[in-house]
Design a protein around this ligand. Sequence first.
Ligand SMILES: NC(=O)c1ccc[n+]([C@@H]2O[C@H](COP(=O)([O-])OP(=O)(O)OC[C@H]3O[C@@H](n4cnc5c(N)ncnc54)[C@H](O)[C@@H]3O)[C@@H](O)[C@H]2O)c1
Length: 312
Amino acid sequence: MKILVTGGAGFIGSHVVDAYIVAGHSVAVIDNLKTGFERNVNPKARFYKVDITDAVAVNEVFKKEQPDVVNHHAAIAEVVKSITEPLPTYTVNVLGTINVLMAFGQYGAKTGARFIFSSTGGAIYGNAKELPATEQTPAAPLTAYGMSKLLGEEVITFYAHQFAFTPIIFRYPNVYGPRQNPKGEAGVVAIFVGAMLRGETPTIFGDGKKTRDYVYVADITKANVTALTLGDHEIINIGSGQETSDDQIFEATAAAAGFKGAVTYAPHREGEVLRISIAAPKAKKLFGWQPTMVLKDGVLEVASQIRKTGNN
Ligand SMILES: NC(=O)c1ccc[n+]([C@@H]2O[C@H](COP(=O)([O-])OP(=O)(O)OC[C@H]3O[C@@H](n4cnc5c(N)ncnc54)[C@H](O)[C@@H]3O)[C@@H](O)[C@H]2O)c1
């Protein structure tokens, strides 16, 4: 298949690109390198340093590539910052997504073509009344980031009917693994391990009791490979259904990094949900998907990668 991955120089997107190439597909990558790195891009992929808000440049890539599948991972994923600075998030995550969809409609989208999207269970369900959240849990985002992903889902569903392609929308949990940026705003595993390996004290925002659902990036990649052939106009949760607290993440990362110090607690940040876990029975039924990596082992992989790449 000819596949175009947006955000393919980023953390998750680059792993998806690698898996598609291993599976024998022809892959092109669009990324503006805002939070991604060219070193993450598989050398067998064709790389276009293009901003998805630039409709003309996006169109040129699609004209050349004419992909059968678009896997859309490019986004601004700064959850807390999106509250006070919402416009860049909406511009990239909504208008940028529309540019990608319009270009796909013009060059590539046809019956049988697919559009795979990385939405968020962690930010769309807000402080859900019942956990784990299912696809039936009402969307109630607390931030512009969560709202932008919900709007992204809506525009994709709209254009899927206009252009007759098949959309697969994944609502991810907290994804962690090698290549996650240890200096970003999101990605607590990489941030904690990165800080610990630099000899710095990591900070927990809140009382240490807030929870997230952590899934290793290779498990996320598996779902993206299966979505090339299975599923039809789906919104699919991806998650373990398990809550892990910030204190538990501190313990796991300290063990992996050999960190003997204490953690610092800072006030809770507006926009961060208090508890979340995401049930994925639909992914299991449709895709045979379930997470396989144990948190302790996944965190060791992150520590090993950050040690190797020099923590940048
Ligand atoms: N990491 C998670 O836990 C998580 C959870 C839910 C959803 N997601 C979604 O998965 C996707 C990938 O997230 P990630 O964690 O790999 O983050 P990331 O920042 O590593 O990847 C995003 C990529 O998009 C690129 N990008 C940003 N703006 C762009 C633009 N205007 N034009 C072209 N490229 C642009 C960045 O350079 C980067 O390479 C995002 O859409 C994010 O919202 C991630």
